[in-house]
Ligand binder design. Structure first.
Ligand SMILES: N[C@@H](CCC(=O)N[C@@H](CS)C(=O)NCC(=O)O)C(=O)O
Length: 198
C-alpha cells in the first residue's frame, strides 16, 4: 500500500506509527498540499495528507479511517479494541488528540496564510483555548503507554506536534503527560524514527 505523506504532518505520523506497530509495510510518497497539479487532490478532494492507496487502487482518508482500516487488515482488535467500552474510550481519546492537532494547525495556517498585521487575535485565542483545554484534560486523565490503541497513538503524535511547532511548552506544566510520552517513545521505536523534520 502507498501512503501520501508530508514529513511534518502529525496525522501522517499516526498512520506510520500504526502501520509499524501492526507490521504493515507502506510505501511513502511525499505530496505537496500547496501544488494544485499534485495528484493528491484527485486522491482526496480535500487536498490533505495522509491518504492511503490500497493495493487494489482504493483511496482511503482521513487518518482515523486509515487507522481503522489498518487495524482490520491486521486482523482486527489490535489498535481498535473489540470490546465496545474499550473501543469507545480509544476512539474518544483519538478524537480529542485529533482535535488538539486540528486547532494547532488552524493556528499555524493563520500565521502561514495571512500577513502578520491581519492575524485575528480572537480566532487565534479561540483555537489556543481548545489546545489548552485538551492538554489539561489529558493531564487530568493521562493515557497509558502500555495500551497501544488509536487513542494513545494519536495522543503521542499530538504531543510530538506541540513539541515541534509550539516549542514543547506543555511539558513542564503537564508532568503526567510528559511521563506518558516518554514511556510511549520507549515502547514504540517508530516514534523516534518518524519525528517531524522541517
Ligand atoms: N482530519 C484529517 C486532518 C489532516 C490534515 O489536516 N492534514 C494537513 C497536514 S497536517 C494537510 O494536509 N493540510 C493541507 C490543507 O489543509 O490544505 C486527518 O485526520 O487525516
Amino acid at each position: 500500500m502507498l501512503l501520501r505523506t508530508s514529513p511534518t504532518s502529525p496525522f501522517v505520523r499516526k498512520v506510520r506509527l500504526a502501520a509499524d506497530w501492526l507490521n504493515i509495510p507502506l510505501e511513502l510518497k511525499p505530496a505537496d498540499t500547496a501544488d494544485s497539479s499534485d495528484s493528491l487532490r484527485l486522491e482526496n478532494p480535500l487536498g490533505k495528507v495522509p491518504v492511503l492507496i490500497t493495493d487494489d487502487g482504493e483511496t482511503c482518508f482521513d487518518s482515523r479511517v486509515i487507522l481503522a482500516h489498518l487495524d482490520q487488515v491486521a486482523g482486527g482488535g489490535r489498535i481498535l479494541p473489540a470490546d465496545p467500552k474499550a473501543r469507545l474510550a480509544a476512539m474518544r481519546l483519538e478524537a480529542l488528540a485529533d482535535g488538539l492537532m486540528d486547532a494547532g494547525i488552524l493556528v499555524l495556517y493563520e500565521t502561514r496564510f495571512r500577513p502578520e498585521d491581519r492575524h485575528e487575535p480572537r480566532w487565534l485565542d479561540h483555537q489556543k483555548g481548545k489546545m489548552d483545554r485538551a492538554v489539561d484534560a489529558l493531564e487530568h486523565n493521562p493515557p497509558r503507554a502500555d495500551d497501544m490503541t488509536v487513542g494513545t497513538i494519536a495522543v503521542a503524535c499530538a504531543l510530538g506536534f506541540l513539541d515541534f511547532r509550539f516549542g514543547g511548552r506543555w511539558r513542564e506544566s503537564h508532568p503526567r503527560l510528559a511521563a506518558f510520552q516518554d514511556a510511549f517513545a520507549a515502547r514504540c521505536p517508530a516514534f523516534a524514527d518518524t519525528a517531524p523534520r522541517a
